[in-house]
Design a protein around this ligand. Sequence first.
Ligand code: FAD
Ligand code: DLZ
Length: 512
Amino acid sequence: MVTRRLILILGDQLSHNISSLKDASPDQDEILMCEVRDETDYVGHHKKKIAFIFSAMRHFRDALRAEGYTVHYIAYEDGVTSLEAAARQVLADTGAKALRCCEPGEARLAEVMAGWEERLAVPVALLEDSRFLCSIDDFADWARGRKQLRMEYFYREMRRRYQLLLDDDGEPEGGQWNYDADNRSGWRAREAVPERPAAALDATTRDVLALVTERFPDNPGDLEAFRLAVTAEEAEAQFQWFLDHALDRFGTYQDALAEESPWLFHSLISMYLNIGLLEPLALCRAVEARWRDGGCSLAAAEGFIRQILGWREYVRGIYWLHMPGYGEHNALAATRPLPDWFWSGDTDLRCLQQALKQTLDLGYAHHIQRLMVIGNFALLAGLDVRSVCDWYLAVYVDAFEWVELPNTLGMALYGDGGIMASKPYAASGKYIQRQGNHCASCRYDVRKTTGEGACPYNALYWRFIDRHADYLKKNARMGLMVGSWQKRKAAERKAIVAWADGELERLAPAKG
Ligand code: FAD
Ligand code: DLZ
């Protein structure tokens, strides 16, 4: 049988429903998967991220082989540099007459692949990535003509489109679209956090862990206690555990910060969704069914569905609407070097220390740690936007540019000047204190703004307001805060800014 097509499957396309496999068959198609340096090295990924992707790729290869496919699998040890080189080599070896791939998730790779047809001299079909619930074109249609692209309005349309959490009249269940106000409890350590099961390690994962240990010794993080699922079945088991043990409390503590747990009641499924081991609509439907069966509150179900159907699709839409070029924005001219302790977690601000250490240990931090602890510090300190984005892209197991960049540059750093967020997510230590219990064991006093032992977030917050007052005044949601700052006595403002400058120089020196 002559091979008609070679199907390339990328490391974040590990789904049997991926568009490139639709109407494929082992009789007519062969598969190519490759571990290549261009993908491992475009940023210095966390060791657990590389191990996770390689192990999941190898398991997916085995599943395809079990279905009868011939899979050409180029392992890292084979030393192939790029996906293009791998495709060229296997096209020549097999005599395949065409190449097919689901479009890549990142603009960097899309640009390279756009030139493949010419360079590889075979027809190259790049198929739409149908794993998302809103196509790139549909998002562009929704965005057209709107002055502001607010997630909330997008989300309501998505709820209608997918008939999620609607009553018989097509109205939102419970009468409200959004129960965000019920999702903001702070953590006071009054409830037990359930123990999470870790996925078991098999021989494939052990091989990959040895490979990553040997070949990526200088990458961030470590491989201790690798506990990630690497197949669709294992990822589904993790999700089922979330449904049974955490979903009901997820809503309440979605924005909480806890000393006791790196993940509280969060689902820990982003990495599985992002590489294709789980599918977003199935998760939303399962959560809705749980609510209809009385297994969780409406606020919990709505809160979860909003993240997947709303935020996740919305950030992808923003990314493709503004790429290329989105990564170049730096609306607040933030250029201070990233301090070295971002790579070690060695800081004495307790909340930051915990968020950074667990990021480096696990490749995971939950949303409020990423946004209001680490991101907020970077925003207030004016850390260089590009360096911060690269850091986020490197350290999280779930990080792919389409989701990382809008969240970091747009939401956390306000670098896009308000495309993503209606105001900067800037907050003082008071917010961090309200949301959790880090402040109680911190060496800094959250009640103090200046003077020895004052929580640095406080003075840095006012410095941020002071520094960007003209810009922020134009924002209806920030005007009040700027007004209240400017009403303070000049001497008081001067003292706070001077203290903040000193703290900033101590924590994040301008010369790096
Ligand atoms: P849960 O809190 O249990 O939420 C459920 C799911 O909702 C997540 O798994 C995720 O798929 C989705 N979700 C929630 N919020 C968002 C969001 N803002 N954008 C997209 N999806 C969302 N998410 C990534 O998947 N990759 C990233 O690289 C990434 N970088 C981020 C950087 C910053 C600065 C911020 C503020 C957020 C980032 N997020 C990213 C979004 C969010 O923090 C993570 O999806 C979430 O913490 C993953 O943990 P979880 O699976 O336990 O999520
Ligand atoms: C992230 C990643 C890594 C570390 N390695 C590989 C790889 O060796 N081979 C591969 O096909 N994909 C890898 N990936 C995922 C790709 O970077 C991802 O498919 C693109 O960034 C598009 O989103």
